[in-house]
Design a protein around this ligand. Structure first.
Ligand code: SF4
Length: 234
């Protein structure tokens, strides 16, 4: 049967979406610590739950699907109303593990010029609305979760999307360099290479990047320098 989508349908669908719920670990404003927006004001919407178990996960408090509390999309919009709209980051946990994350991204689209989604890359991204800038985390072998990478995601990213890779050691770096070359990621995207906290000296990563003349950007997780390690809600 053919379906005709009218303006009325759209209004109705948007209104219905306001009642959809998500499990949210926390909502707060701070300084964006990562991506090319690093250092700029940002409102963080951290969704609860992640099926991955990366080595040294930096948000272990958000891994449980029942952490935080349940919000409707309408309640999320009310909560962020007084916070900065300069940029909004939907993160986790793994945001795409909750099916209503797509409706949330649609609802946030008219609120900010810079709507970012940070995802592990373990879920399909083909249904992410085009106004969302995706920050796609490639999981390295040393993270323990490289088998979860969905390689097709790398082929369908938009030019404005960014790739992030946390590097633990020389072998991780070589692996990441091979992936960048194979998918020509540095020709199409900003690629952010981050030294794993307390595991790889940033100086070593800088040396390797310069030796290989990689077209990537070193990413230092700024929030870990500003606040004590393990501080949450910042
Ligand atoms: S994907 Fe992110 S939230 Fe999930 S275990 Fe890995 S680092 Fe933690």
């Amino acid at each position: 049967m053919a379906h005709h989508f009218t303006a009325d349908n759209k209004v109705k669908s948007t209104t219905n979406n306001m009642a959809l719920t998500l499990r949210i670990h926390e909502i707060y404003q701070s300084i964006q610590g990562e991506s090319t927006l690093a250092g700029t004001p940002c409102t963080f919407i951290r969704l609860a739950g992640c099926p991955l178990r990366c080595r040294d996960c930096d948000t272990p408090q958000a891994l449980a699907t029942d952490s935080g509390k349940t919000y409707t999309i309408e309640a999320i919009l009310k909560t962020i109303a007084p916070l900065t709209h300069q940029s909004i980051l939907v993160t986790g946990g793994e945001p795409l593990a909750q099916k209503n994350s797509i409706a949330l991204l649609e609802a946030l689209g008219s609120i900010t010029q810079h709507l970012q989604l940070e995802t592990s890359g373990a879920y399909a991204i083909d249904h992410i609305p085009p106004h969302v800038q995706i920050i796609l985390d490639i999981k390295t072998p040393e993270s323990g979760e490289s088998q979860k990478n969905r390689w097709h995601n790398l082929e369908i990213l938009k030019a404005t999307d960014e790739i992030k890779c946390v590097i633990y050691n020389r072998a991780d770096y070589q692996w990441c360099k091979a992936i960048i070359g194979q998918y020509k990621l540095d020709q199409r995207h900003t690629v952010l290479l981050s030294p794993a906290w307390n595991a790889l000296d940033p100086k070593d990563l800088v040396t390797w990047i310069l030796e290989d003349e990689l077209k990537v950007r070193l990413q230092i997780q700024q929030h870990k320098y500003i606040w004590d390690e393990g501080t949450t809600g910042v």
